[in-house]
Write a protein of this length. Structure first.
Length: 146
């Protein structure tokens, strides 16, 4: 299957949100997504990567570049909302997208990539492990700020 990867533009936001709402059972409002995208579109450390096949957005990953002052951490990237449209899975599209994420991360000077994934996404975890990601001895903590 032929898929090309590119950095998303505002014209791609609707397709990204539709895909992520489908893959993650989210309900992100389109106007909210467009507003945030426009606020961050010139931030070189915020990258929305999409995979396109037959003119349709079928894959997505958000890459956030984190430069630090800590020598051991250096600069690294965090990937989230990594997804492939269900009917396009099992064609190595996620692996190809991870290769592109790694290329972009290296281009930005990253020494490592981190990945956030919810526990229920076991098939995705198998893909990440196959690509070379390892589960760290850590827990992901969240706190809602009101």
């Amino acid at each position: 299957m032929e898929v090309s990867f590119k950095i998303a533009t505002i014209d791609d936001v609707e397709a990204i949100i539709t895909l992520c709402n489908e893959c993650f059972n989210e309900n992100t409002d389109m106007e909210y997504a467009k507003k945030v995208f426009l606020e961050t579109e010139h931030d070189k450390n915020q990258i929305y990567l999409i995979g396109v096949a037959n003119g349709e957005v079928i894959a997505h990953s958000k890459i956030t570049i984190i430069p630090t002052i800590y020598e051991d951490m250096n600069t690294y990237s965090i990937l989230n909302h990594v997804c492939v449209k269900p009917e396009y899975r099992r064609h190595n599209i996620a692996s190809k997208m991870l290769i592109e994420c790694e290329r972009l991360s290296k281009e930005k000077g990253c020494v490592a990539m981190e990945l956030w994934s919810k526990n229920f996404r076991q098939p995705a975890h198998a893909c990440y492990k196959k690509y070379g990601f390892v589960v760290n001895d850590a827990a992901f903590f969240s706190k809602t700020i009101s």
